[in-house]
Design a protein around this ligand. Structure first.
Ligand SMILES: NC(=O)c1ccc[n+]([C@@H]2O[C@H](COP(=O)([O-])OP(=O)(O)OC[C@H]3O[C@@H](n4cnc5c(N)ncnc54)[C@H](O)[C@@H]3O)[C@@H](O)[C@H]2O)c1
Length: 431
């Protein structure tokens, strides 16, 4: 039997062992899905707390509630030791790829993970990168690291790229029904990557190279960032014209072709959409190209918290109050409804600016119990009539389901609504 036949047979028989490096928002649902499909899965993470939670079947992400562990029959193990890599047939790297302070990609986690894998690589293994990343990472950074041991790609080991597309908390689209893009360093690398993902995803789409799959992922997120910026700019323009941007969008979206509605808000959040376009822009700077639309979108989206604070100042001013000393209740610190992720959340920037201007700020977020901001710890208040009545102004930033299920808008003296969820009224100001 050739090594390819052995690999195929182990996949078909579910005897292949799969590794997931990095058990976060991307890695843990993937590990769980492979284990649910019948594979024996080993998760490797340097975060001891996360490893312990997986081992004890405790949930720390919305997409992997504790019940999901219960169905796995011991097929999902977790540890911190990369020695486990030697036992694996295939592994996927899902470690973070943040931006540095200068908004250039920080690939240190990907490099560290690849080096640890390389130190334990054994012949025939398939290594896949799934982190969203700087174009060229798979073949220009990961490949040379894996080849340091003398093995050749496509012969001694196999290398692919399969971008993460999950939308945490999305009840309609899961790993199974979100089509998967894959790229491989060689034809055999691509074939094996495709085969592996076919076990857990309904539709796998091969790309001609890893860099095509890498840039496709960046383009998807850039599409969102630019369109959200367009909606935000519409809000800024409509504000000057004193009309509702949401009404304009509702009207525009009746066109049955060529228009995809996006909506304004307090800015852009999450670890993907605000960050990912910068990977593309920074790579292109190496070629002397300025990604103008990406830069413009970034400028508009990062301006939105300033605009929201100005709207709060204006609303309070109309009521005869300054921000300084006013009691402000912010609703929703997570970057989107019904998740607890506050990474890059514009709500934090709004909170920071209102605190800096002397506001007495509280927040309410049923998904975010506590938060440290500028060295000070803040705890969420309850969603109650008393808290709403306490505030001189309520600022709607992220509209969790709880706020809609138990609306308390009639208890508020003044509301600044950045999401168009509060019924129009004399005390309600839109952004
Ligand atoms: N969050 C999302 O919804 C999402 C969506 C699409 C793509 N992505 C991409 O997926 C990748 C991972 O993101 P995430 O949200 O899962 O991050 P995360 O921070 O939730 O999880 C990453 C995990 O990797 C671990 N880790 C870091 N360095 C490691 C190392 N050297 N070895 C082993 N473990 C290590 C961390 O401890 C952490 O638990 C990123 O590139 C991100 O851009 C995320």
């Amino acid at each position: 039997m050739s090594t390819a036949e052995v690999f195929d047979e182990r996949i078909a028989a579910r005897t292949a062992t799969i590794g997931i490096i990095g058990l976060g928002y991307a890695g843990l649902p993937l590990a769980t899905t492979f284990a649910e499909a019948g594979f024996s899965v080993t998760g490797i993470d340097l975060n001891v707390e996360r490893v312990r939670a997986v081992e004890e079947g405790r949930s720390y992400l919305v997409d992997v509630p504790a019940e999901r562990y219960g169905t796995l029959d011991g097929r999902l193990q977790a540890g911190t030791d990369y020695a486990a890599v030697r036992e694996l047939d295939a592994l996927t790297i899902c470690v973070p790829t943040p931006l540095s302070k200068t908004r250039t990609p920080d690939l240190s986690y990907v490099v560290a993970a690849a080096e640890s894998v390389a130190a334990n690589l054994r012949p025939g293994q398939l290594v896949i990168l799934q982190s969203t990343t700087h174009p060229g990472t798979t073949e220009e950074i990961i490949l040379p690291i894996l080849e340091r041991g003398g093995g050749r790609v496509g012969v001694d080991f196999f290398l692919g790229y399969a971008p993460e597309r999950v939308d945490p908390g999305n009840k309609q689209f899961s790993i199974r029904n979100t089509p998967k893009l894959v790229g491989g360093s060689t034809a055999e690398c691509l074939r094996r990557t495709e085969l592996l993902y076919r076990q857990i995803v309904d539709e796998v789409i091969p790309c001609s190279s890893p860099i095509v799959a890498e840039i496709a992922k960046l383009h998807e997120n850039t599409f969102r960032a630019v369109n959200i910026a367009l909606a935000n700019e519409l809000a800024l323009m409509c504000d000057r014209l004193d009309i509702s941007a949401w009404e304009v969008i509702e009207a525009a979206k009746t066109k049955p072709f060529g228009f995809l509605p996006h909506y304004p808000g307090p800015g852009l959040g999450g670890d993907c959409i605000p960050v990912v376009p910068q990977f593309l822009a920074s790579r292109l700077r190496e070629y002397g190209y300025t990604a103008r639309l990406i830069d413009a979108a970034h400028e508009i989206n990062t301006y939105m918290p300033v605009h929201v604070v100005q709207k709060v100042a204006d609303a309070l001013n109309d009521a005869g109050r300054p921000i300084k000393g006013s009691r402000l209740l912010l609703l929703g610190l997570a970057y989107k409804p019904d998740v607890h992720d506050t990474r890059e959340s514009p709500s934090l920037e709004v909170m920071r600016q209102l605190l800096a201007r002397g506001g007495e700020v509280r927040y309410c977020d049923p998904c975010v119990g506590g938060i440290d901001l500028e060295g000070v710890h803040h705890e969420s208040t309850s969603w109650s009539p008393e808290e709403v009545e306490w505030a001189d102004c309520v600022v709607v930033l992220t509209c969790h389901r709880a706020f809609l299920e138990h609306p308390l808008w009639d208890r508020a003296r003044l509301i600044v609504d950045t999401r168009n969820v509060v019924p129009v009224g004399p005390s309600v100001h839109s952004i």
